[in-house]
Design a protein around this ligand. Structure first.
Ligand SMILES: [Zn+2]
Length: 200
């Protein structure tokens, strides 16, 4: 799970899509939809949707056991917990106890087991591969993130109306936007207009 390999295409319900790299697989996972006003972003409608998401790189956990409805429910609970914990951390608030409990519960299950291919140096996951294991791996990544050196780099997008959250793993640590092509350029455009308006 290399940090450089993270990121997914996010689809805006109002149309359009953009590349968003949350900097960690668990944080990318937190952006697959949600409850309330985030329900329109829902990408995980069925257990098969969850299987497809997990199968994509960098996690590349192709489940060998069909994903169950129960696992989909657990996945959504974990997703919400990661989202809540990330926002609390970004706002330098204490982590919500319920989110911590949900993440710990998911992490307590057996994680994916790495397996080296016999022929070359590629690695995969040892079968059987279950969604519950993949969720445990995501939960463990979130625990490492929150307790590790990058915890202070978990941030919300600097745009006022954008709730996307990411971990800035760049060396300078100056990332402000979810994506330059989305909020970054909007901000630049607004700054330019404001400057023009005040220019004599
Ligand atoms: Zn943004």
């Amino acid at each position: 799970m290399r940090a450089s390999a993270t990121g997914r295409v996010l689809h805006d319900p109002k149309g359009g899509s953009f590349w968003f790299d949350a900097g960690a697989v668990c944080l990318d996972f937190a952006h697959t939809g949600g409850e309330g006003r985030y329900a329109v972003f829902e990408a995980l409608h069925t257990p098969a949707d969850l299987g497809e998401w997990l199968a994509q790189p960098p996690l590349a956990a192709v489940t060998t056991v069909p994903v169950t409805a129960r696992e989909l429910t657990a996945a959504k609970a974990l997703r919400q917990a990661i989202w809540d914990a990330a926002h609390a951390q970004a706002g330098r608030r204490p982590l919500p106890a319920a989110a911590v409990a949900t993440i710990n519960r998911a992490a307590a299950a057996a994680p994916l087991v790495p397996e080296l291919a016999a022929a070359d140096t590629t690695a995969g996951w040892a079968p059987p591969v279950r969604a519950t294991q993949a969720l445990s791996t995501l939960a463990r990544e979130m625990i490492e993130l929150l307790s590790g050196p990058l915890s202070g780099r978990i941030r919300e997008c600097a745009s006022d109306d954008c709730p996307l959250v990411f971990v800035d793993s760049s060396r300078p640590g100056a990332r402000r936007w979810c994506a330059m092509e989305r909020c970054g350029n909007r901000h630049k455009l607004r700054a330019l207009r404001a400057r023009r308006a005040t220019d004599p």
